[in-house]
Design a protein around this ligand. Structure first.
Ligand SMILES: [Zn+2]
Length: 85
């Protein structure tokens, strides 16, 4: 089993295998962003050509979500992030 560094630049923790970030950061990522990371990660693993930039963009969104704290926690307003599929 190998762990790897948390994807958050300022974080010196290690992330468990299979998780992008250390648990504390990962659970701070909004659900839609988590899902997008998983979705694009799976596409990347399955050999999707050109998926790396898409995956990296999803990672950036997730990292930004936990590094920029300008948005206070708000209740869900019924926004639907589901893109079908
Ligand atoms: Zn972390």
């Amino acid at each position: 089993m190998t762990a790897h560094a948390c994807a958050v630049p300022d974080c010196d923790k290690t992330a468990p295998l299979g998780l992008l970030m250390c648990r504390r950061h990962w659970y701070a990522v909004p659900k839609p962003a988590q899902r997008e990371v998983w979705r694009t990660w799976k596409l990347l693993l399955s050999g999707g050509h050109g998926m790396r930039p898409v995956y990296e963009a999803a990672v950036k969104v997730a990292v930004d979500a936990v590094t920029t704290r300008q948005q206070p926690a708000r209740p869900q307003l019924g926004l639907d992030f589901g893109g079908g599929g």
